[in-house]
Design a binder for this molecule. Structure first.
Ligand code: NI
Length: 206
């Protein structure tokens, strides 16, 4: 857990430093602060993807336009963090009642080798009825994860276990994407559910 946070912080710090440098360079060139900031924050997190949903249909980010997406990256074999996070996401949306109608909860696997369409479909049964599970090729899921600055790494199975019983270390955030497809916010997945509900309500109504 510490190592995972540290890596995320290190990667985030590097990204912020680079973005800061770009802002300074751009400001020096244009002198227009608001314009520059808008362009850069819009380009930081998120992007197009081509994946397969848990019903076996090919989907892209375009299929979600007009709705907010609340995205979580994880894997179905995850022993603890993923099921807890997805259950918290489900509870938060249920607590929001009809305020959650504009939000589509989305699970994207970082372990496509084991997370087949069938595995994801079965996993989705445990969570929000409108949750969409997405998988795809290693290249396509990796591209999606990278776009959202998700950290993940395979941890080889312990000795004496089957090679296929590996774990995935991964960062654990909820990403809110607007109806226009732009990134709006990220929330730590272990956040208090009441706080998550408040933040989502504020974001979705504004
Ligand atoms: Ni997990």
């Amino acid at each position: 857990m510490f190592q995972r946070r540290f890596l995320f912080v290190a990667v985030s710090a590097a990204a912020i430093a680079i973005i800061g440098l770009l802002v300074v360079m751009a400001l020096n060139n244009s002198g227009n602060r608001s314009q520059v900031t808008t362009v850069i924050t819009g380009a930081q997190i998120g992007g197009p993807f081509t994946l397969t949903n848990h019903q076996g249909r090919a989907v892209t980010e375009q299929d979600f336009k007009g709705k907010y997406m609340l995205i979580y990256f994880g894997y179905t074999f995850c022993p603890d963090v993923c099921p807890t996070s997805l259950q918290d996401m489900t509870t938060a949306l249920e607590e929001m009642g009809s305020d959650a109608d504009p939000i589509t909860p989305v699970f994207i696997t970082v372990d496509p080798e084991r997370d087949t369409v069938d595995a994801v479909a079965e996993y989705m049964e445990a969570f929000h009825p409108r949750m969409v599970g997405l998988t795809g090729s290693v290249a396509d899921t990796s591209k999606a994860a990278k776009a959202y600055r998700v950290y993940y790494a395979k941890i080889p199975a312990e000795e004496g276990r089957s090679e296929n019983e590996y774990l995935m270390d991964h960062s654990s955030y909820f990403y809110l994407v607007g109806p226009d497809g732009t990134f709006r916010d990220a929330f730590q997945s272990h956040m208090d559910i009441g706080e998550l509900v408040q933040k989502l309500k504020a974001r979705v109504s504004s």
